[in-house]
Ligand binder design. Sequence first.
Ligand code: ACO
Ligand code: KIV
Length: 556
Amino acid sequence: MLTNPATKYRPFPPVALTDRQWPSRTLTQPPIWMSTDLRDGNQALFEPMNAERKRRMFHTLCQIGFKEIEVAFPSASQTDFDFVRELIEGQHIPADVTIEVLTQAREHLIRRTMESLRGARRAIVHVYNATSQPFRDSVFHMSKADVLGMAVSAVALIKHLAEAQPETEWVLEYSPETFSATELDFARDVCDAVTETWGATPDRPVIINLPATVEMSTPNVYADQIEWMHRELARRDSVILSVHPHNDRGTAVAATELALLAGADRVEGCLFGSGERTGNVDIVTLALNLYTQGIAPGLDFSDINAVARTAEYCTQLPIHPRHPYVGDLVFTAFSGSHQDAIKKGFAAQAADAHWNVPYLPIDPADVGRSYDSVIRVNSQSGKGGIAYLLESAYGIVMPRRLQVEFSSVVKDHTDQQGCEVNANDLWNIFAATYLETATPVRYCEHHLFEHGKAQGIRLVIEQNGIQHELTGEGNGPIDAAVHALQGVGIRVQVRSYEERSIGASDEAGNAQACAFIELRPVNGSAEHYGVGIDGNIITASIKALVSGVNRNASAL
Ligand SMILES: CC(=O)SCCNC(=O)CCNC(=O)[C@H](O)C(C)(C)COP(=O)(O)OP(=O)(O)OC[C@H]1O[C@@H](n2cnc3c(N)ncnc32)[C@H](O)[C@@H]1OP(=O)(O)O
Ligand SMILES: CC(C)C(=O)C(=O)O
């Protein structure tokens, strides 16, 4: 890289618009959406979509709710031409959807394009020519007047051909390609000439589409360019002002949102930011950004994974795991404090209240994602995430101090293994740590009996492989079992005790009790939990006691 990039690159000049209005506006409604997945998206693929992939993408776009879909560049290839014919002849276009096709401003290409649309109920013909200085000088070798003339002749030809195909309701779209690099007054003059030539009226408006063919400036400059055009265009009431941003600087979404504040009515883009180079603006992100502001976007992403899988199939390109709203990891928290806040946020979120869960800008359920993937556990995780997973997958609601204790067990595991653990792994670690412990003591069976006012217990255990039948009394079964264990030299105090059911009880009485007992050795200070699960609540408690004894012993 250059030590002084100013010798090679120039800053993009600002727009002289001192009374700009867009910074103090807010978005209150969605734009008209136009998907160009099948055109700008398609022209950017290693392997353009074949007919079957195009069909599938078109069907998905209709299902999502797009009413305008650019389906092809029919003069570019037989595949594209045939696809348009198939849609029209096969009557595959829903009544409320209008197809759009793109053409250069060249006579033979326009004629072929209009031919492809024969018999369409309604169609948008999108014609473009580049207007910026490098294109005028180096590509076309034309003056400004000639470039304006190219656009006007193309529109006049489309108008003439359209009149000869009256069965179709025609809509014209014109793009001054490279608009964002074009002198604004020249862009306005070309667009005004197009509007005039087409004879646009408020009832039959023309779509004037202002592309950031290459994104060249900060989003506020693009917004200024759009507001300037919005204010300067003649017959603005006969124009649908459209934007077509690309993402070369990574700010296409921001640029589009500001352009909408600046007066744009319509947005062209692709699902998940597919498209040339760094992509067209991502319509999914735009739509869901609106949704999270309480604005219905008019596009349905309630099964966003299905849309993502279709897009990946059709484009043969993967979606990044951190792509907004859809990436495999965007509803996932690994770090402990985030997991803790999300868990508490979910617990505090009332069903009918405004969404207010920390770290999650949208309810994953609204886009068909499940909560299960929200919290995942690796070495960066804390007790909150671990507790959340065990509770949501296995119904184990751990007391807070057990959460702390168990999280250090899990951390040892993840530090050693260096990998993520899922809910099933957590359950296995939990079971091995608390439920399957048999050394030095293994619970065999117990029998309760009354002894005056006291609770008596006969407790059968194995200690280091030798069976013992112990007897104890206390003010309840746990106290009696604690006393019985003293018969083999085990002296512990119960610091806390909790019991919860896991799973609803069925007709066969299948609910299980889960007991948590926190123990301290009489001659020690370390406290450890024991956990017992059983269909019988007393048995669960005695098992928890034995589990705690073993945990204390293993900590010595
Ligand atoms: C920013 C965008 O996404 S614009 C859309 C771009 N997409 C595509 O181009 C995909 C499909 N394109 C194609 O298949 C071909 O380019 C075609 C069929 C359109 C044209 O093919 P060709 O006639 O062989 O021309 P080629 O591909 O070399 O394009 C360059 C020619 O187009 C001209 N041209 C480029 N844009 C335009 C335009 N909007 N209007 C008129 N002429 C144009 C150039 O001046 C150049 O003309 P020249 O050969 O006389 O110097
Ligand atoms: C044809 C136009 C709209 C285009 O694709 C672009 O400028 O990026």
